[in-house]
Design a protein. Structure first.
Length: 96
């Protein structure tokens, strides 16, 4: 008895007569070594797609962080200007 893999893969060595083996909806060749190569190729494509999606998500997150950083820099400069103005006002009051 074979355990299900949970990934929709068929572990049978050869498909039943008249049936075509499929992997992720793609028909596989009848030859076992060609089937293995095709499964590997399809798995590699899925891996590359996931990797690209993860990279794009990380880039979007980084762009969002850049926007926040820019806003915070503007806010910091405004605060520094206010501090400088208040310090000069306090110095003027002290001199009176």
């Amino acid at each position: 008895m074979t355990k299900p893999s949970g990934k929709g893969k068929s572990h049978s060595k050869t498909p039943a007569k008249g049936k075509v083996a499929k992997y992720n909806g793609v028909p596989l060749p009848a030859d076992a070594s060609q089937r293995r190569r095709m499964r590997n190729k399809l798995s590699a494509q899925v891996h590359r797609k996931r990797k690209q999606d993860a990279l794009n998500t990380a880039k979007e997150g980084a762009e969002g962080c850049d926007v926040v950083i820019s806003k915070l820099k503007v806010q910091l400069n405004d605060t520094r200007a206010k501090i400088t103005l208040l310090q000069s006002t306090m110095d003027a009051i002290r001199l009176e």
